[in-house]
Design a protein around this ligand. Structure first.
Ligand SMILES: [Zn+2]
Length: 313
């Protein structure tokens, strides 16, 4: 697994690992889909490595077993994981106290080389979970590494934050996004479009890659809004989107919104138009959740914007 970018963050992590603390608790904070989780596992590797080399020598038994976890997560393999690493993945729901209790009892069992706990998107801990974890953070067992990742630290209890050394992960640059995506996309034009919608994170490009039809329809719909050419296109797009589930429809609106943000940076748009656009996207997302016909939403979107549509290039 190749790490792209984040050299400053990695240097800081290596410094912390090099200090040989009795225990170390870290917060990796930054946008979603920029590599925080992967770097958390590499930090675990560095912590457990027999040679204690940076983020791990990669060759010793401990490093290999941590690498197995990384392969299991990113390449869907089923290799023997390192027994001293506990990972609480984000499954779209809140992190319940049972998972935290499990993790705490895991940390309390002695291991000569130390133990690692990684909690993904820790802002999703409920109050009970957070309070349970707080006790462990206040008095962590010897030789323990705890890493919390988050894209929204404001949702984490201040008492927890005060116990963590914070590492702020910056967005990926366009070059870094291109580097990563070029492993999956060979078509140059498509690659450029995906880099364009990334905004420093791989969430939207990856989602668009997995749902190419959603991306294509969102792109066409956005072009239609810009050109004001009301063709049969609107109706065929609306009819296709009508068949989307909630997740795909949200992605559809997110892509449109991102195209709009890019134009907002590069074009001079009337405030009235920008304001109206954002209202229509919000309205669209809400209406979809309420089960309103998507066809009606998109037609409304088009006609409402047409009234105020002033694109000044
Ligand atoms: Zn090693």
């Amino acid at each position: 697994m190749k790490i792209v970018g984040h050299q400053r963050e990695i240097e800081l992590i290596k410094t912390y690992l090099g200090k040989n603390y009795d225990s170390l608790s870290l917060l990796y904070e930054g946008k979603d889909c920029i590599g925080k989780k992967l770097i958390a596992f590499l930090t675990a590797r560095g912590f457990l490595c027999e040679k204690k080399e940076g983020l791990g020598c990669g060759k010793c038994q401990d490093c290999k077993l941590v690498n197995n976890i990384i392969s299991n997560i990113y390449e869907n393999t089923n290799l023997t994981p390192h027994p001293n690493v506990k990972f609480i993945p984000y499954d779209g729901k809140e992190i319940k106290i049972d998972s935290i209790r499990d993790a705490i009892s895991f940390l309390s069992l002695k291991a000569s080389k130390g133990k690692v706990l990684i909690i993904e998107k820790a802002e999703n801990m409920n109050t009970e979970s957070a309070n349970a974890l707080l006790k462990t953070l206040e008095e962590p067992p010897l030789n323990t590494l705890i890493i919390l990742t988050t894209s929204n630290q404001n949702k984490i209890l201040p008492t927890i934050l005060s116990r963590l050394k914070k590492i702020r992960f910056s967005k990926l640059s366009n070059e870094e996004v291109r580097d990563i995506l070029s492993l999956k996309v060979s078509d140059e034009k498509k690659l450029e479009n995906l880099v364009k919608i990334a905004d420093g994170s791989l969430c939207l490009p990856f989602a668009a890659l997995n749902k190419e039809n959603v991306y294509n329809l969102a792109h066409s719909f956005y072009e239609l809004l810009k050109t004001k050419k009301h063709t049969e296109g609107l109706f065929s797009i609306a009819a296709a989107v009508d068949k989307f589930d909630v997740e795909d429809t949200e992605l559809f609106f997110d892509i449109i919104l991102r195209f709009f943000e890019i134009d907002l940076d590069n074009l001079k748009l009337s405030d009235k138009f920008a304001e109206r656009f954002l209202i229509e996207v919000k309205k669209g997302k809400n209406a979809v959740l309420k089960g309103v016909k998507k066809k009606l939403i998109l037609e409304g979107f088009y006609y409402n914007l047409k009234e105020v549509n002033v694109w000044i290039t």
